[in-house]
Write a protein that binds this ligand. Structure first.
Ligand code: GAP
Length: 514
């Protein structure tokens, strides 16, 4: 099965099992807007909780915030979003389809990278055990030629974006002979700028003065509250403020399911540090965030860092943590060294001092900031994509299983009485009631036990407990593990203790701290 087919199946599965629905589906949907169903909302909440607790509970010096979506319009002038939060767009004159010009180039680069990977795979197949990938890449002439082309393209892209030189960007698209995927032609318009913020009006005031923006990032809510939190919490630098919440962007290219949405959720943390120490903290947070991702168990080999070619207007260092989604390596989280840009700008625009007084050195300064910013919906997609597996079993049958991290699964324990009588449902309910306030449980008595296991596998339930006639006598149940399908008999009195390390967020957090 091709990755595209697998991805299509995943989207179908997400709908069938109540994870993700198209928004306003009965009206044919709203493009790039999605709703989370009865299971999706739990998975999303638990991913958010895992992030939140890893920030706010694990660190003494990180506190939370929940700022409003609407903010004073000057915030967005100060932050640079009114003037500079633009994407370069280009239209194909034949298909009338609109694209992000930089994304077209990045996709062309990805194609070249795939060619290198093909050469590497061929080399590995030929040389087997003795294959040295680094040496092969350094010496193979085909790889060298393709790599040189990639380097040249990346440099031209970087320069054109940095200088806002849209003629050069258009020329790059023409030189790379990029065609529109719909029309197949190279009949492109000029490249133009497009501001991504949604605007609306507040109260009865209309026109310029009354224009509000739906926040395109949650970060600014943190910056404008920097002093409120610092003073009321008596925070000492270095310290962080974490926030989760909705953000809105009028994306030009909105596809790949919930990867790029117009309404989405961010989980951001701004870490305020002394000037001059920011690059050290930047390296620290890169390592910490990668370790957090690894702790989810989505596959350590599926992450890589990607340094930004073009630094945003506020950054002196920036990278993405990319994840290997079904459609290739793409940004999952951004880590940015934002300097003192934001606080300084808010000082200038508000006329208020946003400084920190260091009691030891008796100096007052505008702190520098390291930001970690992850999209919750992208994390959700990465989790679902890593979990979704179509398996052929030894007996020739097939199953679809969601290998979700057990501590974020929407149903963690299924209670399954073997049959619907003889006191088995009552015992199953009794066990469920003893577990329901600690774990997410589901009771299911419909259909054969085999069918019920399949249903729970497809939902991602890590543990099934089967209650049979013997349970009434020996006070034991059968515990079935989702991934291995192994079964073991355990005493009812020991269920709680057996499940705790497997299913609790606390166990995962403890693993993170080490
Ligand atoms: N405050 C910094 C900031 O917003 P960003 O790289 O533009 O930086 C951070 O966004 C993260 O938000 C991204 O890594 C991505 O996970 C998520 N994100 C951005 N745009 C998104 C969109 N249209 N749909 C879903 N997630 C998005």
């Amino acid at each position: 099965m091709t990755p595209e087919e697998q991805f299509k199946n995943l989207i179908g599965h997400a709908k069938e099992y109540g994870f993700v629905f198209q928004s306003s589906e009965i009206y044919d949907g709203l493009s790039a807007v999605y709703d989370y169903g009865q299971n999706g909302v739990i998975l999303k909440n638990r991913l958010r909780e895992y992030w939140w607790r890893a920030m706010v509970q694990v660190h003494d010096n990180i506190v939370g915030l929940d700022s409003a979506i609407f903010m004073h319009p000057t915030v967005w002038k100060a932050s640079g979003h009114v003037d500079a939060f633009n994407d370069p767009l280009i239209d194909n004159k034949d298909s009338k389809k609109r694209y992000r010009a930089d994304v077209l180039v990045e996709e062309a680069i990805a194609k070249q990278e795939a060619k290198i990977q093909k050469e590497v795979d061929k080399g590995r197949a030929k040389w087997g055990e003795s294959f040295d990938e680094a040496q092969f890449k350094a010496t193979n002439p085909n790889v060298a030629r393709i790599q040189a082309k990639i380097n040249d393209t990346e440099e031209r892209l970087r320069l054109s974006l940095e200088n806002a030189d849209f003629k050069a960007l258009q020329q790059l698209i023409l030189d790379l002979e990029i065609v529109c995927p719909i029309s197949g032609t190279r009949n492109w318009t000029d490249v133009r700028q497009f501001n991504l913020m949604f605007s609306t009006e507040m109260g009865a005031v209309s026109g310029e003065g009354g224009t509000l923006y739906l926040r395109p990032e949650t970060a600014q809510g943190i910056f404008v509250n920097f002093l409120n939190v610092q003073k009321s919490g008596r925070m000492k630098i270095p310290f962080g403020i974490a926030q989760t919440g909705k953000a809105f962007r009028n994306e030009i290219v909105a596809r790949q399911f919930i990867f790029r949405m117009r309404e989405f959720e961010q989980m951001e943390m701004q870490y305020f540090v002394a000037p001059g120490s920011e690059l050290e903290w930047y390296a620290t947070w890169k390592a910490k965030r990668l370790a957090w991702h690894h702790s989810l168990g989505l596959g350590a080999d599926k992450y890589r860092f990607h340094d930004h070619l073009k630094l945003a207007h506020y950054a002196n260092a920036a990278c993405d943590i990319e994840y290997q989604f079904p459609f290739g390596f793409k940004e999952l989280e951004g880590i940015h060294s934002r300097t003192d840009f934001d606080l300084t700008r808010h000082e200038q625009f508000s006329g208020r001092k946003l400084r920190y007084f260091d009691t030891e050195s008796e100096a007052s300064y505008v702190p520098y900031v390291i930001e970690t910013s992850i999209g919750l919906d992208r994390l959700f997609l990465a989790t679902l994509a890593a979990a979704y597996t179509e398996e052929k079993l030894e007996d020739g049958s097939e199953r679809v299983v969601l290998r979700l991290p057990a501590f974020v699964a929407p149903v963690q324990v299924a209670l399954l009485p073997l049959i619907k009588k003889d006191g088995l449902p009552e015992l199953a309910r009794q066990i469920q009631n003893s577990l329901r306030f600690r774990f997410l449980t589901q009771y299911d008595e419909k259909d054969s036990i085999g069918k019920r296991y399949r249903r729970q596998d497809a939902l991602g339930t890590p543990v099934c407990l089967t209650i049979d006639h013997q349970s009434l006598e020996d006070h034991c149940v059968t515990l079935r593990h989702r991934d291995s399908m192994q079964q073991e008999r355990i005493p009812i009195a020991q269920i709680h203790a057996a499940l705790e390390p497997l299913l609790s967020i606390e166990s995962a957090l403890a693993g993170l701290v080490g």
